[in-house]
Ligand binder design. Structure first.
Ligand SMILES: N[C@H](CCC[C@H](N)C(=O)O)C(=O)O
Length: 278
């Protein structure tokens, strides 16, 4: 398929609070991303490097559709920060302050707030063990794992730990261990959070298929939901991540997540790089 891109394959580099993405706009043509392409582009030395690759597609009944890939070549059912970044790009292109999109989770909406932050409704949290998904029927509010974590699905699985000091956690060691725990048949993203106040949390994250990232939107949503369920915070919280602050508001219609976005550069994957990948 390389011959389809004799001039190479254009992409955009974006980030939301330091959660970084390669975005490929495939509207008007078929999907191009494969696991091999995601792994090659995701290699920070031999490719471009990203936490997730997002591919934009045409959609029926929405402004666009989005697919997400991790840097290890696996698929992600949700990616809140990439959704905000691509929604910003689409709102600019369409000259609007609101867009609708379709992901593996279903239909979502994103808006540009009066303060300029891009906010997305990530939908209601999934609290049933089978939806997270977990391997067996357990209490999702108190998983039978050391550290008493909470399981929350946001279109992808999250395992949220509340700890006295998130900065003291060995995120790589603990994250990798719980990512691969058999309780999570599709593995899991792992969050470590500490309470700063009734409307403020500190959070660090280990992402399934990507490792430590500077921020994780769906993880921030899952953590805010878990904190409220545990009676630690209200429904509206700011989360301090390594790459910036994300604002979460758990409303009746879903979990809204707002934060900064950046469109860093546009570039092209060369035909030589693509050879054998497409
Ligand atoms: N960074 C993303 C989440 C990626 C989740 C991915 N690692 C998975 O396999 O579920 C976000 O902003 O929501």
């Amino acid at each position: 398929m390389t011959q389809m891109f004799p001039q190479g394959l254009p992409f955009m580099k974006m980030h939301g609070a330091g959660n970084d993405f390669v975005v490929i706009d495939s509207r008007g043509r078929g999907a191009v991303t494969t696991a091999a392409l995601a792994r090659a582009v995701g290699d920070r030395n031999r490719g471009v490097g990203f936490d997730q690759l997002a591919e934009i597609h045409d959609a029926e009944g929405a402004d666009f559709a989005l697919d997400f890939w991790n840097s290890d070549g696996s698929r992600a059912g949700a990616c809140g920060n990439a959704t905000r970044c691509v929604s910003d790009y689409m709102m600019r292109q369409l000259g609007r302050d609101a867009v609708t999109l379709i992901t593996a989770r279903g239909g979502l909406q994103a808006v540009r707030r009066a303060d300029g932050l891009v906010s997305v409704n990530m939908g209601p949290p999934q609290r049933d063990w089978a939806d997270v998904p977990l391997a067996r029927a357990v209490d999702t509010d108190h998983l039978p794992l050391p550290g008493d974590p909470v399981a929350v699905g946001m279109g992808n699985p999250h395992c949220v730990f509340f700890v006295p000091d998130a900065d003291a956690v060995d995120v790589t060691g603990e994250g990798r261990r719980f990512e691969l725990d058999p309780l999570f048949p599709q593995k899991t993203n792992v969050e470590f959070a500490s309470v700063i106040g009734p409307d403020r949390l500190r959070m660090r994250v280990w992402e399934r298929g990507a490792g430590i990232t500077l921020a994780c939107g769906s993880g921030a949503c899952a953590t805010a939901v878990a904190a409220h369920l545990r009676g630690l915070t209200g429904r509206k919280v700011a989360l301090e991540l390594d790459g910036g602050v994300l604002e979460i508001d758990w409303r009746d219609d879903g979990v809204w997540m707002a934060g900064p976005v950046a469109h860093v550069f546009d570039a092209v994957l060369s035909p030589a790089f693509l050879a054998g990948l497409l």
